[in-house]
Write a protein that binds this ligand. Structure first.
Ligand code: GLY
Length: 353
């Protein structure tokens, strides 16, 4: 069981330079989106002599640019910059950049090395860790991609100081999911955390725990044959909320959709797997307080259900859910009826009452 190398840094430039000295690439490239090029790249190049000499490749920001065109742009820049199999790509950005950059690196000349430097909470605790790479295709999220782990993930939690609240909450939803999967004190600590007035040093401790949970699960099942499906908790319903919001041209941040998905899937967990209702209600209260409710009505249920049927994690006609029997005790590949799924949407809309 191999754990991915995670470097928690308090000295970004020195740690990045030490990593690059160890890897000894012949050429170095830094991928950013237009936002991280403005906001994060100057800090990196002012601290790292290697990054200062690297070729910058930049793509449009946000999920709408997680496309074949952006991927082609990265490949083109790697070609024009004479990248070889011994070159290195640093992915400096949120999950879109680390996913797309990881896929660009994994496929260029059959694979070059890459290092992820996540700049958002969501990317730190989830996207940048665990080797899932990819792009959106034909309107489907992460439809094309592969498993390929970064050489290392450099986590600089100082970057969270400048993160806006909606993105902080969005990342926190994945941390809440990890806490439900871990159970015990970790779950209680996450519900106690004051997300409205976050204390950065406490958040840093929770981030480290969260990454450790993800690493542990990925190391046991890197290619999602079994246990890694645990990480899909909240995502079967969550992806449907996210896709519906996109279709209705009122996109929501991924973590908000996951938080609402957690409410539905905890309801289904209580119904099907005996998850304790007290812990369900405590978690639901936290979600309602910090993430509000989605803008859906009962007229959306059929479409949400159809979106869930298209989930790439399904086998055949069945929708595969990850449910919980208790905190920390997962039940994989669970099937529930269409009516129960609709009831879970009612439960969410009624605020978990
Ligand atoms: N984000 C879920 C996973 O990495 O498996």
């Amino acid at each position: 069981m191999r754990m991915q190398q995670i470097c928690f840094t308090q000295n970004l430039g020195a740690d990045v330079d030490a990593l690059i000295d160890a890897l000894q690439p012949d050429r170095l490239f830094v991928l950013t989106d237009h936002t991280t090029r403005e906001r994060c790249l100057p800090r990196l190049v002012s601290q790292s002599r290697h990054a200062a000499a690297a070729v910058n490749i930049s793509i449009g920001a946000t999920d709408t640019h997680k496309t074949l065109e952006s991927l082609s742009h990265v490949w083109t820049c790697l070609c024009e910059g004479k990248a070889t199999r011994h070159s290195l790509l640093l992915n400096l950005g949120g999950g879109m950049v680390t996913d797309l950059g990881g896929f660009a690196a994994a496929t260029f000349k059959r694979g070059i090395a890459f290092v992820n430097i996540p700049t958002t909470l969501l990317a730190m605790v989830d996207a940048a860790v665990g080797g899932k790479t990819g792009i959106n295709f034909h309107g489907l999220k992460n439809e094309i991609g592969c498993f390929r782990e970064a050489e290392a993930v450099v986590v600089d939690t100082e970057m969270l100081r400048s993160l806006d609240m909606p993105n902080l909450r969005s990342g926190y939803a994945e941390m809440l999911k990890h806490a439900l999967l871990e159970g015990g004190e970790m779950w209680a600590d996450h519900l106690r955390f004051d997300l409205a007035r976050p204390d950065l040093s406490r958040l840093q401790q929770l981030v480290a725990q969260s990454i450790h949970t993800k690493q542990r699960i990925v190391a046991a099942d890197p290619h999602e044959k079994g246990l890694r499906k645990a990480l899909n908790l909240g995502h079967t319903a969550g992806h449907a909320f996210e896709s519906l919001a996109m279709e209705q041209q009122r996109p929501v941040l991924h973590g908000y959709a996951v938080a609402w998905g957690l409410v539905c899937e905890l309801y289904l967990s209580a119904l099907h797997a005996g998850f304790p209702t007290q812990e369900m209600h405590q978690t639901v209260r936290f979600v309602r307080e910090h993430f509000g409710l989605p803008a859906i009505s009962c007229r959306d249920y059929e479409r949400l259900y159809a979106l869930m049927q298209h989930d790439k994690k399904n086998v055949g006609e069945n929708i595969n859910f990850t449910l919980l029997a208790h905190l920390g005790e997962v039940r994989l590949d669970q099937h529930v009826s269409r009516q129960e799924v609709f009831d879970s949407f009612d439960f969410l809309r009624e605020g978990g009452a």
